[in-house]
Design a protein around this ligand. Structure first.
Ligand code: IDP
Ligand code: MG
Length: 132
């Protein structure tokens, strides 16, 4: 069993997509181990996206993740990190395959409905960062 971290981004929370996102994970057999609604602060989000700090869209990205509450959680299952990334789909909703969350509900970057950890090291760090 493996654990991974996700959050539904504020724009998608405002659009009422929380239930749909969690439904997709549960339907695939993943178990919710933790779940919380939280307004993230700027410092935490800047740390979370530090690998992108030199990108031209960094400020806008941080703004969109701090302009309302996220719904964040920990999921557990066999190969959970890879399975969740597959359910979530490609980063750019315009390129994400239909049937993926981003391919079905994403609009235009930086909005793409949901964040999910991309590997074992980041999953461990993110679970600690957001759930302590
Ligand atoms: P990921 O979310 O699929 O792991 P990352 O490359 O880690 O993708 O990027 C983190 C987030 O930054 C994306 O989910 C998206 O919200 C935003 N982002 C990535 N690339 C762009 C871009 O070219 N323009 C605007 N926002 C972007
Ligand atoms: Mg990423």
């Amino acid at each position: 069993m493996e654990q991974t971290f996700f959050f539904v981004k504020p724009e998608a929370v405002r659009r009422g997509l929380v239930g749909i996102v969690i439904q997709r994970f549960e339907a695939r057999g993943l178990k919710l181990k933790k779940l919380a609604v939280k307004q993230l602060d700027k410092a935490t989000v800047e740390e979370h996206y530090a690998h992108l700090k030199d990108k031209p869209f960094f400020a806008e990205l941080v703004e969109t993740i701090t302009d309302g509450p996220v719904v964040m959680g920990v999921l557990e299952g066999v190969d959970a990190i890879k399975v969740v990334r597959n359910i979530v789909g490609a980063t750019n909703p315009l390129e994400a395959a239909p049937g993926t969350i981003r391919g079905d509900y994403g609009t235009v970057l930086p909005h793409n409905v949901v964040h999910a950890s991309d590997g074992p090291e980041t999953a461990e760090i993110e679970i600690k960062r957001f759930f302590g």
